[in-house]
Design a protein around this ligand. Structure first.
Ligand SMILES: C[S@@+](CC[C@H](N)C(=O)[O-])C[C@H]1O[C@@H](n2cnc3c(N)ncnc32)[C@H](O)[C@@H]1O
Length: 258
């Protein structure tokens, strides 16, 4: 069953994590965050809302449609200067037209039913010359094999049916390019990123996170018994000791015309 973002049980699933230096380095190669007005749509617990603030953005507005998740974001990051959180739909944020320099959407678009309307909303909110930046996993990113620093890849080795779930929901290059073009964006580019998701002091800390489905909506597709089996399988594959978990992502960028 897909994750229910509105269930208070899941309110902390995207909290308690910091954006890694690998993400920050990739972002500053693509866009100048200093002094920018940034909108972080599908902000979750606000991990990247804070990161844009730390990179020097003038304002960062985190938007999410889940009130319980937004409440956690506010509690963790709401007191940062220039940072605000607002409840809204990705396709209807409620933000002012032409109010942002950057619209950022990380791990959002595989959850939305109609990417074209989400892209059109980004175009509306951006100023002319503003940057639309989507970060998600393409089917090619998802298919990367598992390894000790990419244990997510093993999920699909243990439960191949999860790959069907991913392939049905993950955006392709063509789908993103078409949505951006239909919304009037130009200068379309895409790049790959291996982002360190989190560093764990010990394998068991990582496995405990897997066992609670934290931050990984795909694990909501498994029964509790299947999740227990997954944890056992991952324990067999991971060496004892620290885990540095990396995931392969795609960053799609387009610029709003004048
Ligand atoms: C996988 S989480 C990503 C959170 C955050 N961007 C990150 O990378 O840590 C997806 C987030 O998007 C939100 N979301 C999903 N569909 C949405 C929609 N249609 N409109 C607004 N927010 C949505 C969910 O509530 C959730 O917080």
């Amino acid at each position: 069953m897909p994750i229910d973002f509105h269930d208070t049980v899941n309110r902390r699933t995207y909290s308690g994590r910091e954006a890694d230096a690998s993400w920050r380095a990739a972002i500053v190669e693509l866009v100048d965050p200093v002094g920018a007005d940034v909108v972080d749509v599908g902000c979750g617990g606000g991990t990247y809302t804070r990161a844009w603030h730390d990179l020097g953005a003038a304002t960062v507005t985190g938007v999410d449609f889940s009130e319980p998740i937004l409440a956690e974001a506010r509690a963790s990051h709401g007191d940062l200067p220039g940072v605000a959180f607002s409840r809204g739909e990705a396709a209807a944020t409620g933000l002012d037209t032409g109010s942002a320099d950057v619209v950022f959407e990380r791990a959002l678009v595989h959850h939305v039913p109609d990417l074209a309307t989400v892209a059109a909303e980004a175009a509306r909110v951006l100023r002319p010359g503003g940057t639309y930046l989507i970060q998600d996993r393409s089917p090619d990113d998802v298919a990367r094999p598992g390894s000790p620093d990419h244990p997510r890849g093993w999920l699909f080795e243990v439960f191949p049916r999860l790959l069907d779930v991913e392939n049905a929901r993950r955006p392709t290059d063509i789908a993103v390019a078409q949505a951006m073009a239909s919304a009037g964006f130009d200068s379309f580019t895409s790049t790959s990123l291996w982002e360190v998701r989190r560093q764990y002091a010990d394998r068991e800390v990582y496995l405990a996170e897997i066992g609670t489905r934290t931050g990984r909506s795909i694990l909501h597709e498994l029964s509790d018994a299947e999740l227990d089996r997954l944890v056992d399988e991952l324990r067999q594959r991971l060496p004892v000791g620290p885990v540095v978990e990396q995931d392969r992502w795609t960053l799609w960028l387009a610029v709003r015309g004048a």
